[in-house]
Write a new protein. Sequence first.
Length: 188
Amino acid sequence: MSEDLETFVIFFKALADANRLKIVGLLARQPQSVEELAANLGVSSATVSHHLQRLQAADLVEARVRQYYNVYALRPMVMQTMLERLLAGEHLATVAPLVQPNAYAARVLDEYFIHGKLRALPSPIQKREIVLRHIAETFEPGKRYTEKRVHEMLKMFHSDWATLRAELVRLKWLAHADGVYTRTARVE
């Protein structure tokens, strides 16, 4: 697990409990002891201690010794720094480096293609566009194709080449003018 991912998991787990969020809210007002927090929340001191351990593991609270007991205080700068990291975006992108970004598309293509042949054109729009994008990518951008050549290429995928062609034109992935087709520069 990457360091950023582990940090985010600890942070979100620490806040993923109603009592811990209440403790954070109480500590945002003022530092408090375990006993004060327990009384304010109506739970046992042991429960508060458990929640404080989770919050300390995420570095969200700190303990300060006051006479014979600890007083806990919120560390607002840690929360602010974490939120800034989340909003910056680049840290979020680093938490999924091993995830296959096109796994869903690959699964859809495996589902609808058998040995390169299209079983059927999917009804759900998202799946349909994945299939059509795959087909459109067989055409070279900017290259001119005769209508006959387009039909031949589309027949390799499915017998209903007319529907495939119409869909590719509708999505503006194939442009048609004077009996000649060209694939647009970018298929999105």
